[in-house]
Ligand binder design. Structure first.
Ligand code: PLP
Length: 485
């Protein structure tokens, strides 16, 4: 297929040039009432903010330009069929889960997943068997699930309808998928991947393989995260005959807006064109910028840049575009380092109790990496890091707190009644009525309905003490939690 084409974007341009009189929504009529200041930012984008008028196709029943754009996307990413998402991977995860699970069905799910997966399980009223991820003993970071744990779950739950994993995780750490896919397919069920952070995988020899090339059945990608489309846009891809596409399409139609944004969809179209025609070159260029940055960082030896593939290269992968940095002197927590960088003009993706996460992409520029380097040098001087003794324990989250067993099937439900608020210590052995999610990364520490163990309480306290922000639950920072009566 001719990947230089962008049928959806081209048609929007053509319609804009046609300058027709608009007797249709949206009411802004291509931004006519914007004031000068607003116009500066919004004018261009509003010019192509169309809707499903004649000739512009329909996302929910694609027949012409959207169909052509989707076929190009499928060709580019190696899928049999692709779908555009205009509510990010969030909606893709919801639809993907609903397409394989009915009420009370069992689904095997990696424990450390994004909340959209938990919400999908709640909507599907499914029962999740949670697979604990392996933990890197050095950093305490989640590596991904082991093949043995996955096999244990498949043997124990032969009725499971699917396996759902996240690859890579927010930190860019992932699993080598091929063996896991073959194992799951041996049980004749589909394997689904939340590849929100890996839309660029497979487009460069130095990047890990894409999920689709490893044979997964359905994959969700936030094209806006590691590729170049606009925020909220993403894709869902399928291949093989294990996913009921009619069901998937029905749920996407139910969950996505009936007025999907054309700028978002067109940004997916041009992002796909870019990665397939220019991506590899840009990915190479930025990788060499990152290597130079890492080399320069060697003189700041109190900052460690983590490389999990050194120890686990055989089974796990690390995204070279994500840089995880830690202060070895233990003077600055991840959150302190984030704040220090921000006042020096470097906004970063995320911090946790120990690490900061720097996210680069194929569009990262050298000047920004130099600015980051300069800021880290400045922070070193400011806090006298050079002179400080290095800490011994760099572990992020204590290993003793790691959960290592498969969970029993947990029915995921929202709890609005028959709950009470108690202190975290009093909550021991009760069932949580809420999700406890430090954000970012948005990965729950505790699920609703789950029994609260001492390990979990310690882990939550560790996050609170290090200044984590919790989404939804304001009381948790005051050591209070809702439990089921
Ligand atoms: C692993 C994972 N999956 C899914 C999502 C949701 O993605 P989106 O923001 O595109 O809806 C996120 C968001 O951060 C994520 O980290």
């Amino acid at each position: 297929m001719d990947q230089h084409k962008a049928p959806l974007f081209d048609m929007l341009k053509q319609y804009h040039m046609g300058q027709h009189a608009s007797f249709h929504v949206p009411g802004h009529k291509f931004g006519l009432d914007l004031n000068k200041d607003e116009r500066y930012y919004f004018e261009q984008i509003m010019k192509i903010d169309y809707t499903e008028i004649t000739g512009l196709d329909d996302l929910h029943d694609p027949q012409s330009i959207i169909k052509a754009a989707l076929e190009l996307a499928a060709d580019c990413f190696g899928a049999e069929q692709s779908y555009f998402l205009i509510n990010g991977s969030t909606v893709g995860n919801l639809a993907m889960i609903l397409s394989v699970c009915e009420r009370e069905d069992i689904i095997i799910v990696q424990r450390n997943v994004h909340k959209s997966i938990i919400n999908g399980l709640v909507l599907a009223e499914a029962k999740a068997v949670f697979l604990p991820p392996n933990i890197d003993p050095k950093t305490g970071l989640d590596l991904g699930v082991s093949i043995n744990k996955l096999q244990e779950a498949l043997v124990q739950y032969p009725d499971a309808k699917a396996v759902l994993l996240t690859n890579p995780n927010y930190y860019g750490i992932g699993m080598k998928l091929k063996r896991l896919v073959d194992l799951v397919h041996g049980y004749h069920i589909p394997i689904l991947i939340d590849e929100a952070h890996g839309a660029h995988y497979g487009f460069h020899p130095k990047l890990p393989d894409s999920s689709l090339s490893c044979g997964v059945d359905a994959v969700v990608q936030s094209t806006h995260k590691m590729l170049t489309s606009m925020t909220m846009s993403g894709m869902l891809h399928v291949q093989g005959n294990m996913i009921n596409r009619e069901r998937l399409h029905r749920f996407l139609t139910m969950l996505q807006s009936s007025s999907p944004s054309y700028p978002l969809m067109a940004s997916l179209d041009i992002s796909r064109r870019w990665i397939s025609t220019k991506g590899r070159e840009s990915l190479s260029k930025v990788q060499s910028i990152i290597l130079t940055f890492k080399k320069e960082m060697e003189i700041l030896s109190w900052f460690e840049i983590m490389d999990i593939t050194q120890d686990f290269g055989k089974d796990y992968t690390q995204d070279p575009f994500k840089i995880l940095i830690h202060d070895l002197t233990e003077t600055l927590s991840g959150y302190d380092l984030q704040a220090s960088l921000e006042i020096r003009g470097c906004m970063i993706e995320m911090a946790d109790p120990k690490f900061i996460l720097i996210v680069c992409s194929a569009s990262t520029i050298e000047d920004d990496m130099n600015k980051l380097l300069k800021a880290l040098k400045d922070i070193s001087v400011h806090f006298n890091l050079k002179k400080k003794e290095l800490g011994k324990n760099i572990t992020n989250i204590c290993n003793e707190m790691a959960i290592t067993n498969l969970s029993p099937p947990v029915k995921m439900e929202n709890h609005f009644e028959n709950t009470k608020v108690v202190s975290l210590d009093e909550a021991l052995n009760s069932r949580s009525a809420e999700l406890i999610i430090p954000y970012p990364p948005g990965i729950p520490l505790l699920y609703q309905g789950e029994t609260i163990t001492n390990e979990m309480i310690l882990k939550i306290k560790q996050y609170i003490d290090s200044g984590a922000h919790f989404q939804g639950s304001k009381k948790i920072v005051n050591h209070k939690i809702s439990i089921l009566n």
